[in-house]
Design a protein around this ligand. Structure first.
Ligand SMILES: *[C@@H]1O[C@H](CO)[C@@H](O)[C@H](O)[C@H]1NC(C)=O
Ligand SMILES: *[C@@H]1O[C@H](CO)[C@@H](O)[C@H](O)[C@H]1NC(C)=O
Length: 439
C-alpha cells in the first residue's frame, strides 16, 4: 500500500473541547457610569475564572481574571466605563477555566447570553426579556470529544467544490494512488466533480473538512467565533447556502442565493494586479445569486486588518444579521458587508429580462429561503478565486487555472507553498457557533 505523502497536510477544522460542565449563570448589572459588572456564583470545582466580556455594538473585548468575593461567594469583574448610549443589547460571553482535584488539565468552558439594555430606566439589563421573536436554533461550543452529530453533517467526497481538497472529518483516506470514496470511506455525499472516485494525479492533494448544520435558518443571525487559517492558497469559508449544495426554492445555484459571512485567503504576501493586499489580512463577505450560472451576480465587500496583525492571529467573531431589509456581515461587530435589499427587488435591480424567477417570493427573494450553515476549509482551485495574474511574492502561484493538471501541478510545486504551512495554523479553529432564527 502506497500512501501518497499528503497526509501531513491537513487544513481541518479544530474545535475547542472540554469535558466537565459546572453550570454557571452570570448575573449582570450595568452601573450609571456605563460600566458592566458580571458576577458568577462560586462552584467548588472552579479554581480560577477568566471572564471575557464580548460586547457587540459597540464591540469591545475585555479579558479579565475575576476576583473572588468571600462575602457573596461570587467571582466578580467590572469592566471599564463603556459608552452604552443607543446600545439595545450586547452579547455576553463568559469563559472560565477550572481545575479538578486530581491533576487534570484546567478545563475551559463558555457561557453566552444576550443582555438587553433598557435605555429608559438607567441602563439596567433585562436579561430575561429576550425577544420572543428570536429563537436560538443552534448553539455549539464543541464542548465534547467529538462532533455532535445531532448538530452537524459532514461531507464525504473528493469533489472539493472545484478546489484541491477532499472532505472527510478525520481519518486517513488515500490508498494505492486511488481514491474511491465509496469503497474507502463508506457512503459518498457528493458525486459531482469526480467526488466518489479519482485516480493518480487527479487525486486532490489535500484532505480537508466541511461540516453542514442540520438546522436551517431563513432570516436570522449567525455568529462564529473562529481563528482562521494561515498558509498559502488556503481558502476558509463560513457561509450560508440553500440545502443540497445550493438548491433552494428557486432552483440550483445561484438562483436561490448564497451568503458568505467570511472568506479569506491564507497567503501572507498575496496582492492583486493593482497591488492591493488580498491575503490573510483581508476578510471578505459576499452575497451570490443569479438567473442561472451565466447570469451569476455577486456583491461583496472586505475588511482589511490595518494594525500589523492578520485575521489569523486571533479569534474573531464573524457574524451576519440577515433580515428582509438587509444582510449585514460583520467581524467583531464592525461592518464588512452592509447590504440593503434593493427596494425594487433583485430581479429589477439586476436588469434581468423575461419571467421573474423570484416573483412568488418575498421582497428580498431569493434571500428568503432556508439556508444551511457551512464551515469548511478548501485549498486552491481553478475557478478564479486565486487569479493567475496576482502577485504572491517570490513563490508565485504554483499552478495555472487553465492547466488540465492543476491539482498535480500544485502538488509537484509544493516547495513553493509547503513552507508556509505550519502545524495547526492551517486549520480553522472554532470556539462556538450560534444560529438565531428571527420569526
Ligand atoms: C440597470 O440598468 C440601469 C439603467 O440602465 C443602470 O443604471 C444600472 O446600473 C443597471 N444595473 C445593473 C446591475 O446592471
Ligand atoms: C508546476 O508544476 C508543473 C509540473 O507538474 C509544471 O508543469 C508547471 O509549470 C509548474 N508551475 C506552474 C506555475 O504551474
Amino acid at each position: 500500500m502506497v500512501l501518497l505523502p499528503l497526509l501531513c497536510l491537513l487544513p481541518v477544522l479544530v474545535f475547542s473541547t472540554s469535558t466537565l460542565n459546572p453550570t454557571i449563570k452570570p448575573r449582570v448589572t450595568i452601573e450609571k457610569d456605563g460600566s458592566i459588572s458580571v458576577y458568577v456564583h462560586n462552584e467548588v470545582s472552579v479554581q480560577s475564572v477568566d471572564i471575557q466580556v464580548t460586547i457587540l455594538k459597540p464591540f469591545q473585548l475585555y479579558n479579565f481574571v475575576a476576583d473572588f468575593n468571600k462575602v457573596t461567594s461570587e467571582w466578580w469583574i467590572k469592566t471599564p466605563v463603556n459608552n452604552l448610549e443607543d446600545v439595545e443589547s450586547f452579547e455576553l460571553a463568559v469563559f472560565y477555566y477550572y481545575h479538578v482535584e486530581n491533576n487534570h488539565q484546567p478545563q475551559r468552558k463558555m457561557y453566552t447570553e444576550t443582555i438587553l439594555v433598557n435605555q429608559e430606566t438607567g441602563l439596567q439589563p433585562q436579561p430575561h426579556q429576550i425577544s420572543k421573536r428570536e429563537v436560538t436554533v443552534l448553539f455549539d461550543d464543541f464542548n465534547g470529544n467529538q462532533l455532535n452529530m445531532n448538530n452537524w453533517m459532514y461531507e464525504v467526497t473528493a469533489s472539493g467544490g472545484g478546489t484541491f481538497t477532499a472532505d472527510r472529518f478525520g481519518e486517513n483516506f488515500l490508498q494505492n494512488g486511488k481514491l474511491d470514496v465509496k469503497g474507502q470511506w463508506g457512503s459518498c455525499t457528493a458525486s459531482f466533480n469526480n467526488g466518489c472516485y479519482r485516480t493518480g494525479s487527479n487525486i486532490p492533494p489535500i484532505m480537508s473538512s466541511k461540516i453542514i448544520s442540520k438546522v436551517k435558518i431563513s432570516h436570522g443571525r449567525v455568529e462564529v467565533l473562529a481563528k482562521i487559517p494561515v498558509g498559502d492558497w488556503i481558502w476558509p469559508g463560513i457561509w450560508l447556502l440553500p440545502p443540497d449544495g445550493g438548491t433552494g426554492v428557486y432552483g440550483g445555484w445561484p438562483n436561490s442565493g448564497e451568503i458568505d459571512i467570511m472568506e479569506s485567503r491564507g497567503n501572507k504576501n498575496l496582492k492583486d494586479v493593482q497591488g492591493h493586499i488580498q491575503g490573510v489580512k483581508q476578510t471578505l463577505s459576499t452575497i451570490h445569486f443569479g438567473n442561472g450560472r451565466p447570469n451569476h451576480r455577486q456583491h461583496g465587500h472586505w475588511k482589511l486588518k490595518t494594525d500589523g496583525s492578520t485575521w489569523a492571529d486571533d479569534y474573531h467573531l464573524y457574524a451576519v444579521d440577515w433580515t428582509q431589509d438587509h444582510i449585514k456581515c460583520t467581524v467583531d461587530g464592525n461592518p464588512v458587508l452592509d447590504w440593503k435589499t434593493p427596494p425594487e427587488g433583485y430581479w429589477k435591480h439586476e436588469n434581468f429580462s423575461g419571467n421573474n424567477l423570484w416573483a412568488k417570493g418575498g421582497p428580498d427573494a431569493p434571500f428568503d429561503g432556508q439556508y444551511d450553515l457551512i464551515l469548511n476549509v478548501a485549498v486552491g482551485g481553478t475557478g478564479g478565486y486565486f487569479p493567475d495574474g496576482w502577485n504572491n511574492g517570490a513563490d508565485g502561484k504554483p499552478w495555472k487555472d487553465s492547466s488540465s493538471t492543476a491539482m498535480s501541478d500544485f502538488w509537484n510545486n509544493r516547495s513553493k507553498w509547503q513552507h508556509t504551512w505550519h502545524g495547526d495554523d492551517v486549520a480553522m479553529k472554532v470556539k462556538y457557533v450560534k444560529m438565531v432564527q428571527y420569526n
